[in-house]
Design a protein around this ligand. Structure first.
Ligand code: COA
Ligand code: MG
Length: 290
């Protein structure tokens, strides 16, 4: 999953546009981009959209961002969208592994009602939106078999901290937000799930978006969320493995296969051992999955 596009679910026009955006996943938003008086309209439109889009042969993965577990709105959100169950639910304001189990229980009831297999609806979680969540990053591993990925965001956290800004004058994140970003990456790797980078809110600044994608890919994130269709092409480009990196991974796997009893080999002037082989195999496995 390289690109995940947020679409405010109360906008029929944006829902239609999202489907043609080229994003690997769409996130129909019922939370922060929807005003309180439009929540029901957004649920109704999300359900109608899901019912039609799920039938398409070639379609993006479909996620719904529900309102957080403390909002009092989560169950009404699920009652609506689970009538045409999406591939997964994006949970905002996640506090710890128990939040995943709480959402999992709500999903299990609705899956049973729809005659779906238990666990068929996946979960992706935003894990940096409250200061308390920062201390619970070790609790996601093993918390839910539904968990597909972890992601982070800097806006709610800035508001909760009372930070004047989350960006330095050169546009890069300040230290508290880089820490949240890094912890998300560690937590996702520890849980064996995807690490997805935060949105870049300034959708006209495509140069900064490209830089953030490159830095995220470098560090181990597998994709990035987006808020505007114009961001999708760059995200897809950067998170697709290059021909060069695929060829190198194949060559590394072949070089180890040629020396089956060697723990370490010499390859194009570099020392390679087990982590290099693991990395090459992971890249090739990701091609088979996409
Ligand atoms: N999904 C689908 N279509 C979108 C879109 C999105 N996220 N964002 C913009 N579009 C559409 C617009 O409707 C517009 O369509 P049109 O050409 O048919 O009029 C076109 O893309 C160009 O949009 P533009 O005029 O550049 O932006 P805007 O001023 O209409 O919208 C935002 C700007 C930020 C309000 C809009 O991008 C948006 O709603 N983003 C998602 C916000 C969100 O979900 N936030 C929560 C997660 S952080
Ligand atoms: Mg938010």
């Amino acid at each position: 999953m390289r690109s995940l596009l947020f679409i405010p679910a109360d906008s029929e026009k944006k829902l239609a546009k999202g489907l043609a955006s080229g994003a690997d996943s769409l996130i129909l938003d019922l939370e922060d981009s929807i005003a309180p008086e439009s929540k029901q309209k957004a649920r109704d439109l999300a359900l109608a959209f899901l019912a039609s889009a799920l039938r398409k042969h070639l379609r993006p993965r479909l996620y719904v961002r529900v309102n957080g577990l403390n909002s009092g709105l989560t169950e009404a959100d699920l009652n609506a969208v689970m009538q045409a169950p999406p591939d997964g639910i994006l949970l905002p304001k996640t506090v710890n592994g128990a939040s995943l189990q709480h959402l999992g229980a709500l999903l299990a009831v609705r899956e049973a009602e729809q005659d779906l297999a238990d666990g068929s609806t996946k979960i992706m979680a935003i894990v940096t939106e409250t200061p308390a969540a920062i201390f619970n990053m070790g609790t996601y591993a093993g918390a839910s078999h539904r968990l597909e990925g972890l992601t982070w965001g800097a806006e709610d956290l800035a508001a909760a901290l009372g930070a004047e800004t989350n960006r330095d004058t050169d546009g890069s994140y300040t230290f508290p937000f880089l820490l949240a970003r890094s912890l998300t990456l560690f937590a996702a790797a520890a849980a064996g799930v995807l690490a997805i980078d935060a949105v870049h809110g300034n959708f006209r600044d495509l140069a900064r978006l490209r830089l953030e994608c490159e830095e995220a890919k470098r560090d181990g994130f597998t994709g990035k969320m987006a808020i505007h269709p114009a961001q999708i092409e760059i995200i897809n480009e950067i998170f697709s493995p290059s021909e060069e990196s695929i060829a190198k991974a194949r060559a590394i796997v072949a070089a180890f296969a040629a020396e089956p009893h060697a723990g370490v080999i010499s390859f194009e002037g570099e020392m390679l051992d087990v982590p290099h082989l693991t990395k090459a195999r992971r890249l090739l496995a990701s091609l088979r999955e996409s």
